[in-house]
Design a protein around this ligand. Structure first.
Ligand code: NAD
Length: 275
């Protein structure tokens, strides 16, 4: 059955892939993103491939902007059945320079060097807002369409670092832990009105956001990039396509008794102790 699917952050690497895969199933897609060109590009790619889609510009942190997007989507495609909360990411201001604090770090005056003590609350706030409030607000706006309807669900995008925090990125790790926790909370809260709520926890995917952290300019792996591969039993980064089948399953009635789960898609990263 064709459903109306709204994906936030769908101009980005991972969710544009999911948007295209959901369109191939015959669903009508609202490609929502802060960036107009990318939202419209993904929508026109879907249309060119024979699907139905619109590009919609909205900010997941502004309720008015989301309400305007909802009106636009309802008019063009109908009421929302599925919401994929994909907008998210990290910020350098919420990131420490080194994985571990050493005493000498307190005397390090190199420009841009950041210990835990230098982290800017504005950076932390940005990351918490984008990932957590940016999941909560679209849910408040779009899930209203779903209450009492059959076959509706929400898919949040958490991360590996929600289970065990990664070094250097306390804000992003904490914010994604909040997304996983919220996924469980909301699945319980919405259980009587027919809305299932689940999440993906992707491992490591080479995207524009993390490319410079994980690869050098010649394409070889940085020390952190190599550490990740060494810690991933399957020995590779994820490809955006690796997220498709689990997304289709969680958005489909095939998973009609599945709610409140956070599924790792990580080549075994979270299962491996390193020994
Ligand atoms: P991306 O940067 O390619 O895509 C994110 C998209 O969100 C961008 O198109 C951006 O314009 C949009 N966006 C940013 N702020 C927004 C706002 N305020 N309102 C609306 N749209 C906004 O990132 P990606 O790698 O595709 O990540 C997608 C999701 O997957 C994110 O939640 C990310 O945290 C998560 N994730 C990514 C990885 C990875 O390895 N890439 C791993 C785990 C989880």
């Amino acid at each position: 059955m064709s459903k109306v699917v709204v994906l936030t952050g769908a101009g980005g690497v991972l969710c544009s892939t999911l948007a295209k895969a959901l369109a191939k199933q015959g669903h009508k897609i609202a490609v929502l993103d802060l960036k107009k060109e990318t939202a419209e590009q993904v929508a026109s790619d879907i249309i060119a491939a024979g699907g139905t889609a619109i590009g919609v510009v909205a900010n997941v942190l502004e309720r008015d902007s989301l309400e305007a997007a909802k009106t636009e989507i309802n008019t063009a495609l109908g009421a929302c059945d599925i919401l994929v909360n994909g907008a998210g990411g990290n910020h350098p201001l919420g990131t420490t320079s080194n994985p571990f604090l050493e005493e000498a770090d307190l005397q390090n005056t190199t420009e841009g060097f950041k210990t835990f003590f230098d982290l800017d609350p504005k950076g932390i706030e940005f990351v918490f807002n984008l990932n957590f409030i940016g999941t909560l607000l679209p849910t408040q706006v779009f899930a209203k369409d779903m209450v009492g309807k059959k076959g509706c669900s929400i898919l949040n995008i958490s991360s590996m670092n929600a289970f065990t925090p990664l070094t250097k990125i306390p804000a992003y790790s904490g914010a994604k832990a909040a997304v996983s926790n919220f996924t469980e909370w909301l699945s319980v809260h919405f259980s009587k009105v027919g809305i299932r709520v689940n999440a993906l926890a992707p491992g490591f995917f080479l995207t524009d956001q993390n490319r410079t952290l994980l690869t050098n300019t010649d394409g070889s792996l940085t020390q952190r990039g190599q550490q990740i591969i060494d810690q991933t039993p399957m020995g590779r980064y994820g490809e955006p396509e690796d997220l498709i089948s689990t997304t289709l399953y969680l958005c489909d009635d095939a998973s009609s008794f599945v709610t409140g789960v956070v599924i790792p898609i990580d080549g075994g990263f979270s299962a491996y102790s390193g020994v």
